[in-house]
Design a protein. Structure first.
Length: 610
């Protein structure tokens, strides 16, 4: 009786306390999908996550007028967000970020090839979430105010939420409260900051700010200064321009870059033979900005010469930034007389390719429905079929006109645990006991055989032709983890030097005519197209000439690393100390690196044709 009286007297206080406990539970449960937040989330970061959950819960309470509906919504959102982040981490090795919302269509189209079987931990957390959602039926205190009266605290709550999110995005606030601010290690950032705080911090990067000192006029003058500076031995007779065939092969990589491991047979004997030194061939490692997914970012870097280093980690320019005519390798080659073809044996809607390719200058598009005589490996159109489409296109191109064919394959797409499509592994990794790795290597071996056939075909044609082949990224951690472990590395705790290895894939430039050969010529994706034109003897435009010059000072630029010639490496994965210790010092960029930022912003966001 006494307890009931005390409750009646302090009912509002008790209800506030009781209500406030549940958003805290929602936060910690959501984090438990991937790790123990009590051990890994920093103290102030945890406090800020709780503030975010409380603000959202109270806003929903004033909107609905009933505690049970507000708390149910909070638990449902936390459960769904936690599950999405868990599976994105599992399949892509990076967390869910705001700009992934633009990728829902692409993710849905390939989801059926992944194994979504939940772990015991995921099942337990989900069951607790569902139990709490059902339990909220009994939490039925409500606001008796009319909606117009509830509108004032609702508006104040939304305003407080916006101000708090804005504070989380402030660099000084992050430093003062020991929040981890570095986008280039998003998985670690999410672990120590918590999902909600990290997501709020990332919202700042959905839009890209102008570089310091930027103006369109300044960028145009800078670009004009590189016009006519092409100093390579370029072909002067346009009728002698070679066909340029580019294959960006899904997930093609040589995992031996991570360390040695034995297999029952060589999984890429043809590429390995080219890497030993081959006539009219250039080989090396290509440093990418993505790992395990986000194929379109590698496409973007290759076709535009731009770098993901100046854009938010995890962003997809195809979906976020390319909304009108954007200069690219395709538009340049088209301007000098090439017929331009973009080919991909999957849905055109993936990564917005059917919209983006014409904006980049491709006149002829081929997607899954355009491929004749389709052969499948697992559930995807095979590389053999994809390469046959290249040959068919070449044989039917206009007479006397060189072709630029950009072909993005699909055969080797993850996941690699699917055994329902009659695919038998031909490669096994000794002692590693990783069926996903075995399937991946078996797929790579098929691609290697098909690449050999493609090059053999073009070695027998009369027209000058150059073939460029590279992978878009390495496979996810499910595949690579055992190779890393065999070499004493933990995929969850890679050092800065070890992390770089996860972003290297082989590339090949081969010609059926005389070009200067080279082996071990490492570069990054943003430079590759300019280097292809230089090797092919095709004149470069002003931006490509700038990139070739920039490459002399910065031979590798990616979202993961920036290497400076004859100087220290400006690793994004190692330059962590300044903000973490409260230092306000910033590493000075060279004039050319700043020029690159200006030119990229101009060509991507302020191009005069836009």
């Amino acid at each position: 009786m006494m307890i009931k009286k005390i409750y009646k007297k302090y009912e509002i206080i008790f209800n506030v306390i009781f209500f406030s406990i549940f958003p805290i539970m929602a936060f910690y449960l959501m984090e438990f999908y991937d790790h123990n937040p009590f051990e890994e989330v920093r103290f102030m970061a945890g406090f800020f996550n709780i503030i975010l959950f409380e603000l959202i819960a109270w806003i929903l309470y004033f909107v609905t007028g009933r505690a049970k509906w507000a708390l149910r919504a909070v638990f449902i959102v936390a459960m769904v967000f936690g599950l999405i982040n868990h599976y994105v981490m599992l399949f892509r090795s990076t967390p869910f970020v705001p700009w992934d919302i633009f990728s829902i269509g692409t993710a849905t189209s390939v989801a059926s090839n992944y194994d979504f079987a939940p772990t015991a931990g995921v099942v337990v957390v989900t069951v607790i979430f569902i139990a709490l959602i059902m339990l909220m039926h009994f939490v039925d205190f409500r606001i008796k105010w009319k909606f117009r009266l509830r509108l004032i605290p609702t508006v104040l709550g939304i305003l407080a939420l916006c101000l708090f999110v804005n504070a989380l995005q402030d660099e000084d606030f992050q430093t003062d409260n020991y929040l981890y601010p570095f986008l280039f290690t998003p998985a670690y950032m999410t672990k120590v900051n918590g999902m909600a705080v990290t997501f709020a911090m990332d919202l700042k990067f959905v839009a890209v700010d102008k570089p310091d000192g930027y103006s369109r006029q300044k960028a145009k003058e800078l670009l004009d200064s590189y016009a006519g500076t092409d100093d390579n031995t370029a072909i002067t007779d346009k009728s002698d321009y070679p066909n340029i065939i580019v294959v960006m092969d899904e997930a093609f990589s040589d995992l031996s870059v991570l360390g040695g491991f034995d297999t029952n047979t060589d999984y890429m004997p043809f590429v390995h033979s080219l890497e030993k030194g081959n006539e009219n061939t250039i080989t090396g490692y290509l440093n990418t900005s993505v790992c395990g997914g986000n194929t379109a970012d590698t496409e973007f870097e290759f076709l535009t010469g731009n770098t993901m280093a100046f854009l938010p980690v995890g962003s997809i320019p195809y979906q976020q930034y390319i909304k009108s005519t954007t200069p690219s390798l395709a538009s340049y080659l088209k301007s000098i007389g090439y017929a331009t073809y973009a080919q991909h044996p999957y849905y055109g809607s993936g990564w917005n390719r059917d919209t983006v390719y014409p904006l980049l200058g491709f006149d002829n598009l081929s997607f899954m429905q355009d491929y004749s005589n389709q052969r499948f490996v697992r559930k995807y159109i095979s590389d053999e079929t994809s390469f046959d489409r290249i040959i068919e296109t070449y044989e039917n191109k206009p007479d006397g006109q060189p072709a630029f064919i950009f072909n993005v394959t699909m055969q080797n797409h993850g996941g690699y645990t699917d055994t329902y499509y009659g695919f038998d592994n031909t490669v096994t990794a000794d002692k590693l006991n990783n069926s996903a790795l075995d399937q991946y290597l078996s797929l790579i071996k098929l691609t290697d055989e098909d690449l050999k056939s493609l090059i053999e075909y073009f070695s027998n044609v009369d027209e000058k032709t150059i073939v460029v082949f590279f992978g878009d990224h390495q496979p996810n951690d499910t595949v690579a983890s055992s190779v890393l472990a065999a070499n004493g590395m933990d995929y969850n705790n890679l050092s800065n030097e070890e992390l770089k290895l996860r972003y290297q894939v082989p590339y090949v430039i081969w010609a059926n005519y005389d070009i200067d050969e080279a082996a071990g010529k490492d570069t990054s994706v943003n430079y590759l197209a300019a280097n292809v034109l230089k090797a092919a003897g095709v004149p470069t435009n002003d931006y490509q000439s700038f990139l070739l010059k920039l490459q002399e000072e910065y031979p590798i630029i990616s979202a993961v690393r920036t290497d400076k010639t004859a100087d220290k490496t400006l690793d994004k994965a190692s330059n962590k100390s300044d903000k973490a210790t409260g230092s306000k010092k910033k590493q000075a960029d060279s004039d050319m690196l700043n020029d690159y930022k200006l030119l990229q912003y101009y060509r991507l966001f302020d191009w005069e044709d836009k």
